[in-house]
Design a protein around this ligand. Structure first.
Ligand code: SAH
Length: 369
């Protein structure tokens, strides 16, 4: 096909594609890429150790590589994909949100949260999101584009490096957990997210060496993609953003429900639980007078009874211009009690980062804010 025959949107798509990066490639492909540059394959292993084990992308620090070569290798395989546009902190510096700008100008955000027993990176999988959930800030602006695997891994890398360098109050440490709960619908960017999951969890120096069990992929409920994920042989946690036990309300809160109904989404989730032995996390944003009724708690309990599931209640983080607000604490407590009394494991998600618009559903990534 001549370039004139390529539809304009495809050409634009190609233009926007970020350059190739070590984190997009498995170890075989890294060696091939280095050989294409006329260098022996073992240089790829050296680069991998620097990036994934030593957490550096600075050619000056790569003293085992010939000085004349470092700059070229780094330019070819470790191009800077995201640059820090802004960083906001709260909780004494243990919660930090980073606004990143990609090479084409696309903006995304990630959040690092340090707790006493773990450090969680919340990453974006897309710039914007196409799922249009009306209570979520990201959903309001629509989808800009998918991120590449390396653009996702870069967010985790930055957190891991800050921890390794002791730049987060509390001393040196590691990123222990990764949640795909930033901007975007991870299962709508399936290939890149899967590659990113592998790079994040492959043992160093193939990847960052974070446990698969400590990675959570959160989805609105794209049923075919959940089924595909079930077949990958991974042990990552699946989170399903349910938010309503009935199709009538869920059609409104999570519009993709018009395509895949509550029963189908949960069926796919139970298939995932059966294949992996992992409890599925059911996400439920508590929205005042919208989805927090006692009868909905009971309906939810019936759907989940006897299943390998756990409910995560999230007090709604109101987004600008939204007509909705968080449930009354008493009502939320009753909702929780009703689930617990039916034997459903239930916890309330902490709302870290609210002050810096870094909590669930607040990531909007506008440079103007
Ligand atoms: N697209 C994926 C992952 C990103 S959102 C998904 O929907 O699961 C991560 C979680 O935050 C989801 O459960 C989402 O429904 C929830 N969320 C979005 N907006 C929120 C808000 N304003 N308050 C509380 N939780 C919100």
């Amino acid at each position: 096909m001549t370039s004139a025959a390529v539809p304009i949107e495809l050409r634009r798509g190609r233009q926007n594609r970020p350059p190739q990066h070590l984190a997009d490639l498995d170890q075989g492909a890294r060696r091939a890429a280095v050989q294409e540059l006329g260098e022996p394959g073992f240089r790829a292993d050296q680069l991998s150790r620097h990036y994934f084990a030593r957490l550096t992308d600075d050619p000056e620090e790569m003293t085992d590589l010939p000085a004349g070569l470092r700059g070229d290798l780094v330019a070819a395989l470790l191009p800077p994909l995201l640059t820090v546009q802004r960083e906001l902190q709260c909780d004494g510096g243990t919660t930090r949100k980073t606004l990143w700008q990609a090479l084409d100008g696309a903006l995304v955000e990630s959040v690092l949260m340090r707790y006493t027993d773990r450090v969680t990176m919340c990453v974006s999988s897309q710039a914007g999101c196409g799922m249009a959930c009306p209570f979520c800030a990201t959903g309001q602006a629509g989808l800009t584009r998918n991120l590449s695997a390396a653009e996702i891994v870069t967010q985790v890398f930055a957190g891991a490096r800050a921890m390794a360098r002791g730049q987060v109050p509390g001393g040196r440490g590691r990123v222990s957990n990764v949640v795909f709960m930033g901007m975007g619908e991870p299962l709508a960017n399936y290939a890149s997210v899967l590659t990113a999951v592998r790079r994040i969890t492959d043992p160093a120096p193939a990847g960052l060496g974070i446990s698969q069990r400590a990675v959570t992929v959160s989805t609105v409920g794209l049923v075919p993609a959940i089924k595909r994920l079930t077949g990958e042989g991974l042990s990552v946690r699946l989170a399903v953003s349910l938010h309503a036990p009935d199709d009538e309300l869920r059609d409104e809160l999570v519009p993709v429900n018009r395509r895949w109904k509550v029963a189908e989404v949960l069926d796919a989730a139970w298939g995932y639980a059966a294949a992996t032995g992992r409890r599925v996390s059911i996400e439920y944003a508590m929205i005042r007078d919208i989805n927090d009724h006692a009868w909905r708690a009971d309906r939810l309990a019936s759907l989940l009874a006897g299943r390998l599931a756990h409910v995560n209640l999230i007090p709604l983080n109101p987004t600008p211009g939204s007509r909705w607000t968080a449930s009354d604490p008493g009502v939320a407590a009753e909702f929780q009690d009703r689930l617990a009394s039916r034997g459903i494991p239930v916890t309330v998600r902490d709302t870290r980062g609210t002050q810096i618009d870094g909590a669930c559903g607040q990531l909007a990534a506008t440079a103007a804010r």
